[in-house]
Design a protein around this ligand. Structure first.
Ligand SMILES: *[C@@H]1O[C@H](CO)[C@@H](O)[C@H](O)[C@H]1NC(C)=O
Ligand SMILES: *[C@@H]1O[C@H](CO)[C@@H](O)[C@H](O)[C@H]1NC(C)=O
Ligand SMILES: *[C@@H]1O[C@H](CO)[C@@H](O)[C@H](O)[C@H]1NC(C)=O
Ligand SMILES: *[C@@H]1O[C@H](CO)[C@@H](O)[C@H](O)[C@H]1NC(C)=O
Length: 396
């Protein structure tokens, strides 16, 4: 049992995608890129790109410039940004009729898939290796400041066009944080936020909350580990410890962490145990835990005024103020009634921050049955989410 738990572990923390991992493990070859393994195999043209961030990380991107029938894109570029512990494969896991990247390509969009630093295909750096502790010293602040800006700039330069954005989970926070600082807006046409993560103070899952507390209680230990690899030793021990606490229910971790997903393909769910969740920085996990505890959307807190002064020139970490997002920037926001990471009450706080947004520039979709993973892996997501999303893009 411990072993089984160990192999599942914290993959489900904050974003959880067991099915994804199954197919990944069976279809992927560490020396092959996403184009070769996931896209060309379905009959689509795909090109690999490399983008170097200002702080030296070398990220892989995939471009799908044509429909399956070979029709060149005649719609604007769309940048797809995955969530925590996932990578660009998020958008390619189900069949081409069900997965967003293929659907967009078939509808004439020029599709660009991003892969955050530290994930399987984005482990390069101009001077560091993933075995160097310094390689892992980052949080989503850096994903906003460096990864997002590098990928957006790159797509903009390559295509000469403004782009649409689609983020899932942590990929939504990256965009919201950037927009709140008025960064990159001139390169975007619009943004679609699926299962939005912004405020995290009302997460209902006792398991997630206990995990967040454990990160904060043993912050120095976790920071010392640098790379957080779900399923490996430290993560497995953490989960075993939490599951041993009174009142914890670890019988269904996927549901416990993400909510009750209505619409995943059950024939894929056996493969659960073969998954291969993507690593992240432990500093990033601590940053998210700080948000859960404090209820704010702020930069990483170094925990004391001196260190914060040193990094920010202020005793407290700067806030990403969601009310600062320009009121005329087109946003499509889709959230689910069963989602325990993008909790309905937290989303309501975000929507309250956006209450002065121009009515014709904000589309909000509430899907009663959906939980966190349904937005990217739901077999009916095309009808429920992606068709309305593309209608929204057409209007911008
Ligand atoms: C992985 O990819 C390399 C290069 O394309 C190939 O030579 C090798 O046979 C592949 N390995 C597996 C297990 O498919
Ligand atoms: C634990 O969760 C499972 C599935 O969600 C449920 O069937 C079971 O009754 C729960 N057990 C307890 C003790 O709450
Ligand atoms: C579920 O996945 C199986 C195997 O990949 C596939 O054959 C089937 O069509 C899928 N079902 C749906 C509803 O997408
Ligand atoms: C965000 O900005 C608004 C005005 O734009 C201000 O009223 C509010 O206090 C700010 N919130 C934070 C947390 O700084």
């Amino acid at each position: 049992m411990a072993c089984r738990l160990g192999s599942l572990v914290l993959l489900f923390l904050f974003t959880a995608y067991a099915e994804a991992r199954a197919k990944l493990a069976s279809s992927l070859n560490a020396t092959d890129g996403i184009c070769a393994t996931m896209v060309q195999t379905q009959g689509y043209l795909c090109h690999e790109h490399k983008v170097t961030t200002e702080d030296g990380y070398i990220l892989s991107m995939q471009r799908m410039p044509m429909s399956r029938s070979g029709r060149a894109a005649n719609q604007p570029p769309v940048l797809l940004q995955h969530g925590l512990m996932m990578d660009g494969i998020t958008w390619l896991m189900n069949s081409p009729d069900e997965s967003l990247a293929f659907i967009l390509a078939d509808n004439g969009y020029d599709v660009w898939i991003a892969n955050a630093r530290g994930t399987k295909y984005s482990r390069g750096h101009v001077s560091l290796s993933p075995s160097d502790p310094a390689y892992w010293y980052w949080t989503w602040d850096e994903l906003v400041a460096y990864d997002l800006s590098a990928t957006v700039q790159y797509v903009h330069d390559q295509t000469g066009q403004k782009l649409h954005y689609v983020g899932h989970s942590l990929g939504t926070l990256m965009a919201l944080a950037s927009f709140s600082q008025h960064n990159l807006l001139n390169m975007f046409r619009s943004a679609a936020l699926l299962s939005p993560i912004a405020y995290l103070s009302q997460l209902p899952s006792p398991l997630t909350r206990a995990a967040a507390d454990a990160f904060l209680a043993e912050e120095l230990y976790w920071l010392g580990l640098r790379e957080f690899v779900p399923g490996e030793d430290a993560a497995a021990k953490l989960l075993a410890k939490i599951c041993g606490m009174p009142g914890m229910n670890c019988s269904d971790l996927m549901t416990e962490f993400t909510g009750k997903n209505c619409c995943l393909n059950s024939s894929n769910s056996d493969a659960f145990l073969n998954h291969e969740p993507q690593p992240t920085a432990t500093k990033n996990m601590i940053h998210l835990a700080q948000m859960i505890r404090k209820g704010t959307i702020a930069m990483y807190d170094y925990g004391n005024e001196n260190d914060n002064m040193e990094h920010y020139g202020k005793p407290m970490p700067p806030v990403y103020n969601m009310t600062s997002i320009p009121e005329d920037f087109p946003l499509f926001l889709s959230y689910g009634g069963q989602d325990t990471l993008s909790d309905v009450n937290d989303v309501k706080v975000l929507l309250e921050n956006l209450k002065d947004h121009q009515a014709d520039k904000l589309v909000v979709q509430y899907i009663e049955d959906y939980a966190h993973a349904d937005f990217v892996f739901g077999v009916n997501a095309k009808q429920i989410v992606y068709n309305p999303l593309m209608s929204f893009f057409k209007l911008q």
